[in-house]
Write a protein that binds this ligand. Structure first.
Ligand code: NAD
Length: 448
């Protein structure tokens, strides 16, 4: 659905009103287009000392053809309009080193271009070598989250924590955060662990992979099917029989196969596994996207309303995941992705059932991530904020308008923003990315 307010603010009258009344001024966010460059403009790189992580970042910047310079070269004070500022803070060994953040960013931050990117890479605090290092590394979170609120014109700020020796796992994550694929991911922390070194072709990272997407007939699910197919995956689209026509349209466009199935059916796990085995010989990626809302305050909540939401949003992903793992239908090296919600993090009036189910999806990630590591299967979740779909179109006007604006980017996200985040998780090159819950919410104030 279109954001009429944002369209209006791009007109001369709209711009005048925005300026004079101090109204929100959402910058249109560029999205990924085939053939686009990962980063389209100058990059300034800074670091605290020389580290393996810093070397890996610079190698990647060279690889993507970025025109980059280091702060030490004096670029910081030039007239350059950087498209990205990338800072390696893994070398911060104590709070004394935090001075480097101010020294690097203060002179350049105002020059950051529209829809610019700020990425800080730190060391996972819990895996730090000393209490001093842990304190300094943990401090980075406050820095990036605040800077996310300060930067303007559609720019985003994110923090990547890398485990010791995980510098060779950074590539798919940095490509994602640098590019327009992460347009609506702002103020987030991603954690990268060690893992096998898997190289994928960045133009077709999912080539040869079989991906099951539930709720694929419309909205976010249709965008996920589209994006995973763009990246080379063969998609199995799942949706309820009532949405057969819409599902057919999606699968006709992206190829793959369709499975008409209510994910809450008693035999849904077995039917899912059987379909994948019979038609595609197995499964590499599972995206639990099907979801419903049945909003009521708890005092007025009927048992069937409560149960329906828990069954679709939580119990179905739980049962299907367990069976796919146990039966071996999901191959080793695969990827499971849950769709949570910021309501599951922040809670929401009238959504005790929905928020319970969506917090449970986070539980699913946390419970399985360590267990699945031995099979090199990764499990992560996205937590969308306000995304422009039929689900949010049904929200009453005033609440909808507030939902759209109360984030650093002052606009709703698009289904493709959630899909791109899922494609990053699904990429076999993201072998070190597991146990993450990444919000796709434009740094919403809800649950921040
Ligand atoms: P949507 O209602 O537009 O689409 C959901 C799809 O899931 C539909 O095609 C529906 O038929 C399917 N589905 C529902 N129950 C099913 C079942 N029992 N079996 C199989 N398929 C079933 O919703 P959306 O906005 O695209 O949301 C997709 C996911 O994202 C959901 O899990 C939702 O909770 C989550 N989410 C959405 C937003 C948002 O702003 N739109 C925000 C946070 C989270």
């Amino acid at each position: 659905m279109t954001d009429r307010y944002q369209t209006f603010t791009r007109t001369p009258l709209g711009q005048a009103l925005v300026k004079n009344l101090g109204l929100p001024d959402p910058t249109p966010l560029p999205r990924w287009r085939d053939g686009a460059r990962v980063i389209d403009g100058p990059v300034v790189f800074g670091s605290i000392g020389e580290t393996d992580t810093g070397k890996a970042i610079q190698a990647l910047l060279r690889d993507v053809g970025a025109n980059f310079s280091t702060a030490a070269e004096g670029v910081a004070s030039s007239e350059l309009r950087p498209k990205a500022l990338v800072f390696d803070a893994t070398g911060a060994a104590s709070t004394a080193d935090l001075s480097s953040l101010q020294r690097f960013f203060s002179p350049v931050i105002r020059q950051l271009g529209a829809a610019g990117r700020v990425i800080v890479v730190g060391r996972t605090p819990e895996l730090a070598a000393s209490p001093e290092q842990q304190i300094a590394q943990r401090a980075l979170e406050g820095f990036t989250r605040s800077l996310g609120k300060e930067v303007k014109r559609g720019a985003t700020v994110n923090l990547v924590y890398a485990a010791p020796d995980a510098h060779d796992q950074l590539e798919s994550t940095l490509r994602f955060f640098l590019s327009p694929k992460s347009a609506y991911v702002d103020g987030q922390v991603a954690r990268i662990g060690t893992g096998p070194l898997v190289a994928t072709d960045p133009t077709q990272p999912l080539a040869g992979q079989i991906a099951l997407v539930t709720g694929a007939a419309r909205g976010i699910g249709a965008a996920i099917a589209d994006t995973l197919a763009r990246d080379g995956a063969t998609v199995i689209g799942v949706d309820v029989p009532q949405n057969a026509n819409d599902l057919r349209k999606v699968i006709t466009k992206v190829g793959g196969s369709e499975l008409l199935l209510d994910v809450t059916a008693i035999d849904a796990p077995q039917r899912t596994a059987a379909h994948a085995e019979e038609h595609h010989g197995g499964l590499d990626i599972v995206v639990h996207n099907a979801g419903i809302t049945r909003d009521k305050r708890l005092a007025n909540m009927r048992t069937d309303t409560w149960e329906a939401v828990l069954d679709v949003n939580l119990r179905a992903p739980e049962r299907i995941t367990a069976y796919l793992l146990e039966s071996g239908a999901l191959r080793d090296g695969g990827s499971v992705i849950g769709v949570s919600s910021i309501a599951g993090i922040a809670g929401n009036n009238g959504q005790t059932n929905y928020a319970t189910s969506k917090a449970g999806v986070i539980g699913l990630v946390q419970a399985y991530a360590p267990k699945l590591a031995e099979r090199q299967i990764r499990i992560n979740a996205v937590a969308p904020g306000f995304i422009e779909t039929e689900m949010t179109a049904r929200v009453p006007f005033a609440i909808r308008e507030v939902g759209r604006r109360i984030n650093s980017l002052q606009q709703g996200g698009q289904p493709v923003d959630v899909a791109e985040t899922i494609a990053w998780f699904a990429d076999p090159a993201s072998a070190g990315v597991t146990g993450n819950v990444v919000r796709v919410c434009g740094q919403s104030m809800l649950g921040a």
